[in-house]
Each structure stands twice: as C-alpha cells, then as structure tokens.
Write a protein that binds this ligand. Structure first.
Ligand code: PYC
Length: 308
C-alpha cells in the first residue's frame, strides 16, 4: 500500500491539493527539468492524486519538489485532471497558506521555483498572499476566429504563466446559472483558437461587468474543461498585461477581478520592459486549509491510479 500525504485548501473557491510526502523522486535539475520527468514517467501519480475517485475535475495538485535555486523555499509542479500546468496563481496562494499552516514559513517574502520561473510570494500578517508572478505579456491583440455554431469571436492572446484567449464581449451573462452554456462556448472557442493560429492557448477567459464591487468579472475554462472557481491568478495576470499595454491601467493601480462565484483577486503590475510590453503582475488573494489527509494507493483497487 502506497501512502501520499496531502493538504487541501481552496483559494476563492478553487481547490488545491499540496502533496507534502509520498511523491516520486524526479532527480536533480531545475523544476522545469523535473516537470519533464514527472510528465514522462509519473502521469499515473498525477491522476491518482487529482482525479476521481479521490479528487475531481476541478482539483489542482501541487507537488513540492527540490528547487534548483537555493534562495527558494521550495519548488512546485502544478497539475490537473488532464496534465501539468506551467504556473498556477490560485495554487501558489494555496501553497503559501499550506506552508504557513505547517509552520514552514512565517509572514514575509518567499521565493518559489516553478517550471516557468521564480515567483515571489508575500505572506501578510492578515493571512493574505501576494504573488509577484512571472513576466506576462500580450502576444496578439484582437485576433478573430470563426467558432463553429457561434460565429466570429475576437479576443487577445496573452501569457500570464499559462496561455489565455481573452474575450471581452462573449454575448452571455457571466452567471453561475449559465455555467453549462459558458463552458460549451469557451470550449468551442478554445478549439477554434487552437486550429486557427494559436495552438499554444490552453485557457479561455471570458469577461463581463462586475457584480460584486470589482472592476470586472471573469469565467475561465481550464484545459481539462473544468471552470476556475477563483478569478484565476494566471488569467488575471494575462488581463493585467493587456490593460497595461492598452494604457487602461497604470503601474501600481489596483484592478479587482471577480470570479464567476464573485470571489476576488486584487491585481497590480509593474513594468518589466515597457517597449516589449512585459509586466510583472502582482496578484493578492486568500486561501483556507480545509483538509489534511493520507491518500492510500492499493494496486488491487481497479481505480488505484484514478479514473482517466
Ligand atoms: O489561478 O492561475 C490560476 C489557475 C490556473 C488554473 C486554475 N487556476
């Protein structure tokens, strides 16, 4: 019987499961190198941790690994129901709150190595966490794609630690009652975007007017077809990069992004390279630990490695 120790939390409603013991040995190297080993040799471990019957399509896993940069408190590989994520904003906030819950860190600044770069998380005395994310930028403004069954949809392609297609006017109200329609629309958009020039896009982000005191509400569809219950840290980062280059938000000003649930992240940015349109987004939010558990993997269980 294999045992895996995990701590669960949620950030604005979006769950994170941090693997604190029992993970595979990924060998030496950077977290990007370790991600390749994880992808190549340990995909069933990923599935066992996040997929049914122990998890769900919504759950994001966070495997703690050795950082190659020793100034970092840890390295992390994020994963979901279908594969690995380059970065995860809500997951980083969940990870920091989990490390604090375990007494591993105190309020202050903590660097974390991800496969796409080092992020700096600040745990505040209040328990809130601010994440200075990886450099973010817009690749393409106003790309129009033909979406079968829908028509032409225009959006921006931007990187915020994952690749996003951001649609400002999706033509549907961003309300929980519309989740099925929003999921169907976003999935169609993603397929059209991927086949019509942007194969790298893995998340679709729809925007609408705020309903809970923020600046905007979003609906984010993740690569495994689950929607993000939080405002999505990497999605908010991609949005900040677009706002910055369009001159719609000034350096240091606050942008409050609501999720489809109404939970909020506060975003700000600082310029990294104004000519190239590169910003460092800073995303602030809160997470709550809600379980400490040991997962049991018994090879005699037909669904030991998850339902995939
Ligand atoms: O917060 O960056 C994020 C995220 C990505 C996928 C789910 N959450």
């Amino acid at each position: 019987m294999k045992k895996i120790s995990v701590i669960d939390s949620h950030t604005g409603g979006e769950p994170t499961r941090v693997v604190i013991a029992g993970g595979p040995d990924l060998g030496p190297g950077s977290v990007a190198d370790q991600l390749e080993v994880f992808r190549e040799h340990h995909d069933r471990f990923r599935s066992a941790v996040v997929n049914e019957p122990r998890g769900s399509d919504v759950l994001v896993g966070a495997l703690l690994v050795e950082p190659s940069d020793k100034s970092c408190v840890c390295g992390v590989i994020f994963f979901n129901n279908v594969g690995c994520l380059a970065m995860c904003g809500h997951g980083t906030i969940g990870l920091v709150v989990t490390l604090a819950h375990r007494g591993k860190i105190k309020p202050g600044e903590h660097k974390i190595e991800t496969p796409v770069g080092i992020v700096t998380a600040t745990l505040q005395e209040s328990g809130e966490v601010s994440v200075a994310n990886v450099p973010s930028f817009r690749k393409t403004k106003a790309a129009t794609v033909e979406v079968p069954g829908v028509g032409k949809i225009t959006g921006d392609v931007a990187w915020g630690g994952n690749w996003f297609f951001l649609v400002g006017e999706p033509g549907r109200e961003l309300a929980l009652a519309n989740v099925e329609a929003l999921t169907d629309l976003s999935w169609r958009i993603r397929q059209a975007v991927n086949t019509q020039g942007f194969p790298e896009v893995d998340h679709v982000e729809l925007f609408g007017p705020p309903q809970n005191g923020g600046d905007s509400r979003n609906f984010v569809l993740c690569p495994g077809k689950a929607y993000d219950r939080s405002p999505c840290g990497t999605g908010t980062s991609a949005k900040l990069a677009c706002l910055a280059v369009d001159g719609e938000l000034a350096e240091g000003d606050m942008w409050i992004q609501e999720s489809i649930l109404g939970s909020k992240f506060t975003g700000q940015f600082r310029w990294l390279n104004r000519e190239r349109g590169e910003v460092i987004p800073i995303i602030t939010g809160s997470a709550h630990v809600n379980a400490e558990a040991t997962l049991l993997l018994n090879e005699r269980d037909p669904f030991c490695w998850g339902i995939r």
